[in-house]
Write a protein that binds this ligand. Sequence first.
Ligand code: CMC
Length: 432
Amino acid sequence: MPEETLSVVDNRTGRRYEIPIRDGAIPATELQKITTDGAGTGMMSYDPAFLNTASCRSAITYIDGERGILRYRGYPIEELADKSSFLEVAYLLIHGELPDPEQAREWVEAITHHTLLHENIKKLIDGFHHDAHPMGILVGTVGALSTFYPDAKDISKAESRRLQILRLIAKMPTLAAFAYRHAIGMPFAYPDSDLSYSGNFLNMMWKATELKYEPNPVLERALDVLLILHADHEQNCSTNVMRAVGSSHADPFSATAAASAALYGPLHGGANEQVLRMLKEIGSISRIPEYVKRVRAGELRLMGFGHRVYKNHDPRARIIKKVADDVLAVTGRSPLLDIALEMERVALADDYFIKHRLYPNVDFYSGIIYAAIGFPVDMFPVLFAIGRTPGWLAQWQEGLLDPEQKIARPRQVYTGPAERHLPGVRQPAAAR
Ligand code: CMC
């Protein structure tokens, strides 16, 4: 059996080092042994944006970007999207196993029990401008929840962590729907415990004067599947933020606010919003070639295309295309879908996209479904945040329980000026 080490020769000194390999990775701290003078902090690895650096061990989500594989706790995303509910998937992510029927009943009951918000949160939402972006409201209010639950600071107690996990998964849809109702000047619609997680969200979004809101089962299931597809995606930008903030032992409401803020950006969870704006801007199939020309010229990016990890296809995009068919069969065909389908066809045959290995990602079609269901574009990243919450929480808890984890604190390569002095500051003779 070959030795599990990496031999490194430092050509500056001629010295040779043996670096252990574990699970296909080398511990970056071993590089510190490599020095020119035996002193100082030794060699570092330089990896802006963590292109090839594992920041943790994780047993939650597996991705093989070359082969287009995504699994939660070992289960293929296709099977979960076909057979499970979002809350079962949330349980799986947090606990590591799917719930048995009794565990599922208790889990759903506990989450349903926590959907209400403290009435003061409503006053907070009322303070936002009518045109405030709902993602901004979500970031602000989920962070504010930490002040309502000071017990959330007890991150070392399993019971406290469980309670905050239930609260966060339960309250994110309520915060999101209240943000929307505030924007359109409608009274808040309270949660309905008879409905499913997704059905209740639709209820809080759109219940008007009827005594009982009855969600369309196709749209309810479509939303549930979309939430499943967004539930986790290993160490992406917002999850990395969740873990980093969690590593300082901040409470999970504050960490979720930070993760939501990271998700807000147009290169991450804000992309689905940008896709819809882009399709509207293109406006007709005849204008696609001109748009692609501008992308090729580097003037703009084709939103909903490309992924840091998936280089052949995004398995979530395939599932979403099928969901789009189901939804549009209910809501009626969308001209935007025709533009999107043609854009996909043109892009996949274009040498720029082939060379750069750019394929539709999860966000290319999700916006079309959300729009068909009736969500305004600025709610799209909010929907992503609701779906991603169980993943963030599973990753946050895993990080806290990992004995190898410490407060996140990357190194840097300093490129600023060497020591210098303000005019008139006298230096000791030795320093001159
Ligand atoms: N349109 C046109 N060119 C692109 C695109 C795009 N969507 N994405 C990447 N490229 C080009 C980029 O210009 C660069 O070209 P060159 O090497 O000639 O300079 C090359 O491909 C590599 O790009 P990169 O920015 O270094 O790649 P990355 O891995 O850092 O970025 C990405 C990944 C998702 C940020 C990027 O593909 C992108 O901006 N896509 C559009 C936004 C989007 O759809 N985001 C949602 C991602 S999926 C949901 C989520 O996880 O949040």
